[in-house]
Write a protein that binds this ligand. Structure first.
Ligand SMILES: Nc1ncnc2c1ncn2[C@@H]1O[C@H](COP(=O)(O)OP(=O)(O)O)[C@@H](O)[C@H]1O
Ligand SMILES: [Mg+2]
Length: 237
């Protein structure tokens, strides 16, 4: 195992999510995953980089079960929840409370549902905004509300597809810190897979990998990945 990355040494059976030689092509023949193998060893904030069109969003659709792979093996011990670049695409109801009510299991008593909503809003630092109309929230607050929606639905794997692309730098940092805190919670840490183009976000991650030619490279620390990308930048953007 000389030269192997310690993050990849965890045995597959214990991984929270693992892909083994997964292939996927769109019906028009476009191959997106080509014997793609990778795993997420433990809860944390894992970031995924890659050029436009390299297949990152398609990968998320496969992990969330929206698309079926053509071949290979996928094991996922977590409950996934997709979060998009534009929160307006997933917030449906007029107020924070009513939107979260929609994400809660129907069999819970109303009192318990309201309790869960309060807890989730607290986890994303929105506890004062329970009855706020959604259209009055900032972009960053909307993303944190979408996070609360994932939490109340008992999701344990957040699939975040460039969640800060439309945010100003301050909101970007608050969303990053919120997800990082949820992933590092001592009692119930969640797992996040975060697609980004912004190198400055890598300093918040527990590991970062690059998607290229239908495959995902090894997890490196954010620092090493930045160093590697800066070296590559001389040859390609
Ligand atoms: N619904 C679709 N039908 C056919 N091809 C698609 C569809 N969605 C994406 N693609 C193609 O799949 C490839 C990967 O796209 P995508 O997963 O969106 O990449 P990324 O998110 O890394 O930019 C691209 O060549 C894209 O054109
Ligand atoms: Mg994409």
């Amino acid at each position: 195992m000389k030269g192997a990355n310690p993050l990849d040494l965890v045995r597959d059976e214990s991984s929270l999510l693992s892909f083994k030689k997964v292939c996927f092509s769109w019906p028009n023949g476009k191959k997106v995953l080509n014997k793609c193998s990778f795993s997420i060893p433990k809860p944390g904030l894992w970031m995924l980089l890659g050029a436009n069109g390299s297949g990152k969003s398609t990968l998320f659709k496969i992990i969330s079960g929206m698309l079926q792979p053509d071949s290979g093996e996928i094991s996922c011990k977590l409950k996934p929840s997709l979060m998009f670049q534009n929160p307006d695409h997933q917030l449906l109801m007029p107020s924070c409370r009513s939107d979260l009510l929609l994400s809660l299991p129907r069999n819970l008593k109303l009192q318990d549902r309201l309790k869960r909503i309060k807890e989730a809003l607290k986890q994303v630092d929105l506890e004062d905004l329970e009855s706020r109309p959604i259209h009055t929230l900032s972009g960053g607050q909307k993303q944190r509300l979408a996070l609360a929606g994932a939490l109340v639905s008992d999701a344990t794997l957040l699939l975040l597809d460039e969640p800060t692309a439309l945010l100003d730098p301050i909101s970007q940092k608050i969303v990053l810190q919120t997800v990082q805190r949820l992933c590092r919670s001592t009692s119930n840490p969640i797992t996040a897979l975060w697609i980004t183009h912004r190198l400055e976000e890598l300093e918040f991650c527990d590991g970062a990998a690059r998607m290229e030619e239908g495959q995902i490279g090894p997890w490196l620390s954010g620092y090493l990945q930045i160093k590697r990308l800066n070296l590559l930048a001389g040859r390609r953007v």
